[in-house]
Design a protein around this ligand. Structure first.
Ligand SMILES: Cc1ncc(COP(=O)(O)O)c(C=O)c1O
Length: 422
């Protein structure tokens, strides 16, 4: 339906009597489910007064290592530190280059610069928002030491060609899997697809702590030993500092909370995936697919939807964002400025227009609520609000109205333009 199509029949207008605010993320709803277990675990730690590393952290590392199918899992204080420690353990530093995506959270690029290396930003694939392996290939040079793909929004980057490039050129791969715990690429989990995988437990991640936290996964036992040492000031034991590391340890309180949450992670992921499917149906039924592009799940991927980011076409993203906020529907832009255009990276010499897919994504993306506890009614309210933001009469197609507000089994699903199935 076009924006200016006359709306003669208003009988299907789906404006309910009361619309309630819908947050972008609702951690309170999630906590309600696990509160007794979390409070018990916290009490136990206070009783023991062992707050840093220790058994609770070791148990969590074991559990999350199994979850990621990794031989080793080494926790640390944040996802940013995980990236930093991974680069340190690979001896990447001054004079080296690391090829990465500019369409990501700042820490991806800053960790490379922090160790003294040069981030080499290459453009993304506009369909997946992830680094384009062909663009990576073009930038491999004598100083390249590693590739740092980001599994953005919870979908793995195109790892097969990246691994081929890395093997051919003798490079390491540091996966920025901070948004992608449990995501899969061709049946294998994020975090074991390269040399080291880096995860964040920032509270809004799919596995989020009660504060900051991070973790590295690797199948390389020598690298794991080095990572364990680097996170405690390079201490090989008994205050014997064989190299200079950093202080980046996970708290027992965080580990305890995360261990409890890990048990529910797959169920929450299923909820996010169900919500993505529901959005696909709703955007179709509200005839919005000419204005909104939905996320695409590429073949062989398990998308875990840390974010559900649509594209708002025709330069109308900011208008939609403003209107959704006025209508009290949570939304956000991840990320409004690609890293190659950030002031702190100006000396790298990038200019606007050099990485057009990343720049266009920054101008078009909009993250919508996707958390597992989101109800079908809430989702319909989000879509209705977007219709209003676009100046349309929020109205489901006649076929879907006849099928009822929540599609029942047996009712054929409408055609969707993009596949959001796993
Ligand atoms: C892609 C990406 N990389 C790195 C990080 C850094 O993680 P943290 O916030 O735990 O330091 C994040 C977290 O927001 C992220 O989303």
């Amino acid at each position: 339906m076009s924006a200016d199509r006359p709306q003669t029949d208003r009988s299907q207008d789906a404006a309910p009597a009361a619309e309630r605010p819908i947050p972008l993320i609702d951690l309170v709803a999630q906590h309600r489910e696990i509160a007794p277990a979390v409070l018990d675990a916290v009490q136990k730690i206070f009783a023991e007064q062992r707050f840093i590393l220790g058994d609770e952290v070791a148990e969590f590392e074991h559990d999350v290592g199994s979850y990621c199918d990794s031989r080793e899992a080494i926790s640390c204080a944040s996802g940013t530190d995980a990236l930093l420690l991974a680069l340190m353990a690979l001896d990447i530093g001054r004079g080296d280059e690391v090829v990465t995506s500019p369409f990501t959270f700042f820490a991806t690029g800053s960790s490379i610069a922090r160790v003294g290396a040069r981030p080499v930003f290459v453009d993304i694939d506009p369909v997946s928002f992830n680094i384009d392996p062909r663009a990576v290939e073009e930038k491999i040079g004598p100083r390249t030491r590693a590739i740092m793909p980001v599994h953005l929004f919870g979908q793995c980057a195109e790892m097969e060609p990246l691994c081929r490039i890395a093997t051919r050129s003798g490079l390491s791969i540091v996966e920025d899997a901070c948004q992608a715990i449990g995501a899969e690429y061709q049946g294998r989990r994020a975090g074991v697809l390269g040399s080291v995988g880096c995860f964040s437990f920032f509270p809004t991640k799919n596995l989020g702590g009660a504060g900051d936290g991070g973790l590295m996964t690797t199948d390389d036992l020598t690298l794991a030993k080095r990572l364990r040492r680097l996170r405690v000031h390079g201490d090989a034991g008994q205050y014997e500092h064989v190299e200079i590391g950093i202080n980046s340890r996970l708290d027992a309180l965080q580990a305890a909370v995360l261990r409890i949450k890990l048990k529910s992670l797959d169920q929450w992921t299923l909820g996010r995936q169900r919500n993505a499917r529901r959005y696909a149906v709703l955007f179709q039924e509200y005839n919005l697919l000419d204005a909104i592009e939905l996320p695409v799940v590429l073949p062989g991927r398990r998308h875990v939807y840390n974010q559900y980011c649509v594209r708002v076409l025709d330069g109308r993203r900011d208008q939609v964002l403003k209107s959704l906020r006025e209508q009290k529907v949570g939304c956000a832009i991840y990320y409004p400025k690609p890293l190659h255009l950030q002031t702190c990276f100006a000396d790298l010499g990038y200019k606007a227009g050099m990485l057009p897919h990343s720049e266009r994504a920054s101008a078009e993306v909009l993250a919508l609520p996707i958390y597992a506890e989101l109800s079908a009614d809430d989702q319909e309210q989000v879509v209705r609000s977007i219709a209003r933001a676009l100046g349309r009469t929020p109205k489901r197609s006649l076929q879907s109205v006849l099928a009822g507000p929540n599609r029942r089994p047996g009712v054929p699903a409408p055609l969707v333009r993009y596949n959001t199935e796993e």
